[in-house]
Design a protein around this ligand. Structure first.
Ligand SMILES: NC(=O)c1ccc[n+]([C@@H]2O[C@H](COP(=O)([O-])OP(=O)(O)OC[C@H]3O[C@@H](n4cnc5c(N)ncnc54)[C@H](OP(=O)(O)O)[C@@H]3O)[C@@H](O)[C@H]2O)c1
Length: 297
């Protein structure tokens, strides 16, 4: 059992990780912004720490007592400043001499160039695109992996699914309403996916084996290679959608302007881990039913 501090403990990744670590017997502190969310965490036996990323330094003394810190929060309004501040705070926490905790920085895959022009494949060793809109991650990754006060590890997940991941639900309301036509942008692009629980188990492996991972960057995505249009077709069927799907070349978002998928095997070999869940499209009925339930439909 170790003590772990998780930022983003109410979020998709951080929440899944916090619950997974607790299930594995660890003592988990979760940063939350409100009393209301603190009560939600406490119901899962996660110890809420009320605060903001920008004020993380106020919790340095607690952080310094933890064997692992996981940064999985994302402040959409000021991510450049807050990510840098979180990293600075953790690296400079007053850890006892001789104590070298684990620090996991949650990054992403979209800033990594494809291994070759045609495959869409990126791996753990390709260098991120310095000019991409996600380039701030590159700098953060380098600060974390070269840190001397912590075992710094970077995880780059593919798109996370399960647990109500919103990215996948953008068309569901239109399918449900049976609108005459649904436009699917970036129709032929393929991206990497990973179930939230599989990803959480990967974080657990790192927490329990901090020295294996020290200084490393890992990509984590399952073996699915689904294009957006395939994804839409499968979910349209699950929803009983009768209208027309229109494949479009338009982008969703600049970093998604190309296929981007990753492999889990290097991480899997080093940590004896593999994705347990079937690809998202193999269980579309389950995920569509989950969406409907969350909408109260
Ligand atoms: N989801 C994916 O598919 C995916 C894939 C690859 C990488 N990532 C990366 O993984 C990270 C987490 O993503 P996610 O999808 O789990 O995000 P998320 O579900 O939106 O969760 C974000 C978390 O950050 C917290 N937060 C935001 N601003 C904060 C602040 N100022 N102070 C304290 N906490 C704050 C939120 O708290 P509240 O509950 O209070 O809002 C929430 O717990 C991001 O860096 C993201 O880019 C995500």
């Amino acid at each position: 059992m170790v003590k772990v501090f998780v930022t983003g403990a109410t979020g998709l990744i951080g929440g899944s990780v916090a619950r997974q670590l607790r299930r594995a017997g660890h003592v988990v502190y979760g940063l939350v912004r409100t009393e209301e969310k603190a009560r939600v965490l406490a119901q899962d036996d996660i110890i809420p720490v009320i605060g903001q990323l920008a004020g993380l330094a106020a919790h340095s003394a607690l952080i310094a007592t933890c064997a692992a810190v996981i940064h999985a929060a994302f402040d959409g309004e000021s991510f450049l400043e807050t990510d840098a501040l979180v990293i600075h705070t953790v690296l400079n926490a007053p850890f006892a001499s001789g104590q070298k905790p684990l620090f996991v920085y949650t990054s992403g895959c979209l800033m990594i160039p494809n291994r070759d022009e045609h495959s869409g494949y990126v791996d753990d060793f390709t260098t991120p695109l310095p000019h991409s809109s996600q380039a701030y991650r590159l700098k953060n990754e380098q600060v974390v992996t070269s840190a001397t006060t912590v075992h710094g590890v970077v995880l780059r997940p593919g798109f996370v699914f399960g647990k109500g991941a919103a990215h996948f639900e953008r068309w569901f309301a239109q399918f449900h309403k049976n609108v005459p036509e649904v436009v699917i942008p970036a129709a032929e692009r393929q991206y990497s996916y990973i179930h939230a629980d599989d990803l959480a188990e990967a974080y657990q492996r790192v927490v329990e084996n901090p020295k294996i991972a020290s200084g490393s960057v890992y990509t984590i995505g399952d073996d699915s290679r689904i294009t957006h249009i395939e994804f839409a077709r499968v979910f349209a069927k699950a929803a009983g959608y009768q209208g027309k799907l229109v494949a479009s070349d338009a982008n969703l978002w600049p970093p998604m302007d190309r296929s981007c998928f990753v492999d889990w095997r290097r991480f899997g070999l080093e940590f004896n881990w593999h994705p347990r869940h079937l690809p998202i499209t193999d269980e579309a009925d389950i995920y569509y039913a989950g969406w409907k339930a969350r909408q109260g439909l």
